[in-house]
Design a protein around this ligand. Structure first.
Ligand code: PLP
Length: 470
């Protein structure tokens, strides 16, 4: 494609992008297609000769778009948000144009130096305190994996990196039964095995029970295990619960155990001073991560990971083959040694664009609105005799169910599953499922960039309308 053709197509694409963002609410939120429908529209083999971009674009609009679930739809209330914003998209356009690969300082000095600076902005915005250094990972799952690898190396005296797991004492890790599945995946990937992970019970607020944690650690020590790491969650995926950071941190300090906090979703709320009570005890934390790609208007993927000892991180992941040596070795940060993959995208740029464009106050205002609208929704649910809350509302997350008087208890789960499926098939809003205390719950998360109070009001009307038609 020559530069003039690129310019022409790019202008047309930008027009389409602006219209898409403006009109995204006209699409069904969750894709309504059946499995295999999109695959049947894709040619079985690659074309031998190049095709016209105009034709490819038409095919995209006609055949591919119906197979997309619209995460940027203002009625997207499923999972946690994966919210984007116009400034973030503009930064991604520049990043893609430069096609930068930022594995070491020399391969894009600006990317490295901006990453350091923007992570420090975030450290201050979240009031994490002094002593943390940040790096951008692709996902919270990667941050947890890296934290577990650091814990493994530290507790084994750096033995596993050298001699493999056979050199380690039997290591154990601890997390809550409410923790995200990425913790289990991380212990598997780290070679520690599922049996190394202790799932600790939660209290009636769904937070880990620190007393049970301590008891389990002490039993393990008595049984000859070597407790290596605790992974706490701020904003659990199911109900948004917060584990008690200070109580866990004190247990970790007493037993010299590595402490990672996974705040994938709730971490963004730390830009609001009124929600900082959840990091009481942060000075006891070794590693902390949250996802700007969830609730900070920054395109997927972007996970902010802070560690107290960058030296330990680099000692865990560092490699230095001849072909990666540069003249500035040792005088600059080479982020390749801070993450599992060698190659790195220029993710700092979109954060820099987003934070500068909205300003901290602009981002705070958006999150405060989301939280206030979730409060309103919880209020409507509580006031409606046909519905009930299934867990306390946390930040922008609401768990509820349909519970009319006349419905037999044994039927409630099935009826709610049917209700959820009908809501999502309807296409106007998109919600997801949960189990709370073993019972089916409908999970409503408020956090999309384009959501307004009116969208929450109309979503509640849709839920009631479809429930009444059951
Ligand atoms: N941790 C928590 C608490 C989550 O809620 C999620 C995803 O929702 C994750 C980790 C995984 O995030 P990622 O997709 O960035 O790996």
């Amino acid at each position: 494609m020559n530069p003039e053709d690129f310019r022409r197509h790019a202008h047309a694409f930008v027009d389409w992008m602006a219209d898409y963002m403006d009109n995204v609410q006209d699409y069904p939120v969750r894709s309504q297609i059946k499995p295999g429908e999109i695959a049947s529209k894709l040619t079985a083999s690659a074309p031998e000769v190049g095709e016209e971009m105009a034709l490819i674009f038409e095919d995209f609009k006609r055949d591919i778009l119906p197979g997309m679930t619209h995460w940027q739809h203002p009625n997207f209330h499923a999972y946690f948000p994966g919210n984007s914003s116009p400034p973030s998209v503009l930064a991604e356009m520049l990043t893609a144009s430069m096609g930068a690969q930022c594995m070491v300082w020399e391969t894009s000095p600006a990317a490295t130096e901006m990453e350091t600076r923007v992570m420090d902005w975030l450290r201050k915005m979240l009031a994490l305190g002094e002593g943390f250094q940040g790096v951008i990972q692709d996902s919270a799952s990667s941050a947890t994996l890296v934290a577990i690898l650091m814990a493994r190396e530290k507790v084994s005296g750096w033995a596993a990196n050298l001699g493999g797991l056979k050199e380690c004492p039997p290591l154990t890790f601890y997390t809550s039964i409410e923790a995200h599945s990425s913790v289990l995946k991380a212990v598997k990937v780290a070679g520690l095995g599922e049996s190394s992970l202790r799932l600790i019970g939660a209290d009636d607020q769904f937070a880990i029970r620190a007393d049970l944690l301590e008891e389990t650690i002490e039993h393990d020590i008595a049984d000859g295990y070597c407790p290596a790491g605790v992974i706490a969650t701020l904003g659990t995926t199911g109900v948004g619960a917060n584990d008690p950071v200070r109580a866990i941190g004190e247990i970790c300090k007493a037993h010299d155990i590595f402490f990672h906090v996974d705040a994938a979703w709730a971490g963004s709320a730390l830009i609001l001073p009124e929600h900082r009570d959840m990091i009481d005890g942060i000075e006891l934390v070794d590693s902390f991560s949250f996802n700007p790609h969830k609730w900070l208007m920054t395109n997927f993927d972007c996970a902010a990971h802070f560690v107290r000892s960058a030296d330990d991180l680099v000692r865990t992941l560092g490699i230095l083959p001849e072909y990666l040596k540069t003249v500035n070795q040792g005088q600059v940060i080479d982020y390749r040694d801070w993450s599992v993959p060698l190659g790195r995208r220029f993710r700092a740029l979109k954060l820099w664009f987003v934070i500068r464009s909205y300003g901290v106050e602009g981002l705070q205002a958006i999150l405060r609105d989301h939280i206030a609208w979730a409060d309103e929704l919880a209020g409507w649910i509580e006031a409606d005799p046909e519905f009930e809350m299934m867990a306390p509302k946390r930040l922008g997350l609401v768990n509820f169910r349909y519970r009319p008087q006349e419905l037999a208890e044994a039927e409630v789960d099935q009826v709610n599953e049917t209700l959820l499926n009908r809501i999502n098939d309807d296409g106007r809003i998109y919600l997801t499922r949960n189990k709370v205390g073993g019972r089916f719950a409908i999970r409503f998360s408020v956090g999309q960039t384009r959501t307004t109070e009116a969208h929450i009001e109309s979503a509640w009307a849709v839920i009631k309308e479809i429930a009444q038609g059951l």
